[in-house]
Design a protein around this ligand. Structure first.
Ligand SMILES: *Cc1c(COP(=O)(O)O)cnc(C)c1O
Length: 379
């Protein structure tokens, strides 16, 4: 092969920055550097950009601008939702699931160590947290239910609307980590009925290090980052206007092109599955059931070695991940694959391919071909 291949198919780990978002950010990094909290006219552009970005983001998820709180990303938003609720009322318990991202799971573990009662719900083998399971665990002593909208490892989409209604019946608040979903599938916070929702810009072609927490008007929550009076005195720190502008631009663009993007990515996914010929192949399992996020394909190979497959594909210029990016470098089986009850042998032989709107049919064919070669070589 003469030309060095490069194929990025790890869009669940991060996405490429949209060039328009980059251009929109530039003035706020260079000339319009005024602190948005300062009253002089030089800061007016920064202030207006913040206001406009908040409005754009709110519209994309059917929220009010004053319900959007800018943070440093998905991890901070998740920490705030979980710890903020616990610090508001230490007598209340938390219900979450075994398949949450570590940003939620480790936040919950931290408050559990401080005395919080926590229940970790089990998913079905497809990775769904059912209404029955939530009903069985909820009591009046539960203050917060936190269930992710879509899973980052296997792509399962949860019945959030149904689950938030259940939480509200006993007076609990409902938080959802929607980091994988926002900008990729339609999100309407009013329809979902959630009280809090986490999002992160770099998962929808925005810049890294910025995200937001939607907090429904009237929800009582205390700050997680203490300091100045920014973000209605709930999240202190001088606003990173450039990153926020980039996030708003990227989200608006992804939301405007959402149907087209979904159709394209679904088609790539179907081509890929067809080329692999996994249906009916007993040695290969696709995880996550039927209702998965567009583009996320989690495959488990019996007797396979996910790490070895990742490295072999890397040598061919292909970026994918094993069961979970957070687990790369460690030989432990992913907590998500364990929770859905996947055999240890299959769990170790798991890779995640996550296509995005910029992938092409040629790339899909190349990846499928390389994976098929690995499978044939294994015999
Ligand atoms: C990426 C991700 C996070 C963390 O977001 P960062 O902005 O990288 O901190 C949290 N939850 C889910 C589901 C994710 O995929």
């Amino acid at each position: 092969m003469s030309m060095k291949m490069f194929i990025y198919a790890d869009n669940a780990a991060t996405t490429k920055l949209d060039i328009g978002a980059f251009e929109a950010m530039k003035p706020y990094l260079l000339s319009e550097y005024g602190n948005a909290s300062q009253p002089y006219s030089f800061s007016r552009k920064s202030r207006e950009a913040l206001k406009e970005s908040r409005k754009i983001i709110a519209e994309c998820i059917n929220a009010l601008p004053e319900e959007i709180y800018f943070t440093s990303g998905g991890t901070e938003s998740d920490n705030w939702a979980v710890k903020g609720m616990f610090f508001s009322d230490r007598n209340k318990g938390i219900i979450t699931s075994e398949i949450e991202h570590h940003a939620v799971l480790h936040s919950v573990k931290a408050v559990e160590k401080m005395g919080c009662d926590v229940v970790y719900l089990k998913p079905t083998t497809e990775g769904i947290i059912t209404a029955e399971v939530v009903s069985g665990a909820i009591t009046e002593r539960v203050g917060l239910v936190s269930i992710m909208t879509a899973n980052n490892e296997i792509g399962t989409i949860q019945p959030i609307k149904e689950l938030s209604q259940l939480a509200h019946k006993t007076g609990a608040l409902f938080h959802t980590d929607a980091v994988q979903a926002v900008g990729h599938i339609g999100i309407d916070v009013k329809d979902l009925g959630v009280d809090m929702l986490s999002a992160s810009a770099h998962k929808f072609n925005g810049p890294k290090g910025v995200g937001f927490l939607y907090i429904k008007k009237g929800t009582s929550i205390i700050p997680y980052i203490d300091g100045g009076a920014q973000e209605s005195s709930l999240r202190a720190g001088t606003e990173n206007v450039a990153l926020i502008v980039g996030m708003a631009y990227a989200l608006q663009k992804n939301c405007q092109c959402m149907d087209a993007n979904i159709n394209k990515v679904r088609e790539l996914e179907a081509d890929f599955i067809g080329l692999l010929g996994i249906s009916g192949n007993k040695g290969i399992i696709r995880n996550g059931g039927n209702d998965t996020l567009p583009g996320i394909v989690s495959l488990s190979f019996g007797n396979g070695d996910g790490e070895a497959m990742l490295h072999r594909l890397d040598l061919r210029g292909i970026c994918i991940s094993t069961g979970s990016a957070c687990n790369s470098g460690k030989s432990t089986v992913s907590h998500v694959l364990r929770a859905i009850g996947l055999d240890e042998e299959y769990a170790k032989g798991t890779i995640r391919i996550s296509f995005g709107k910029d992938n092409t049919k040629e790339e899909v064919r190349y990846i499928a071909n390389e994976i098929n070669k690995i499978v044939i070589d294994r015999g």
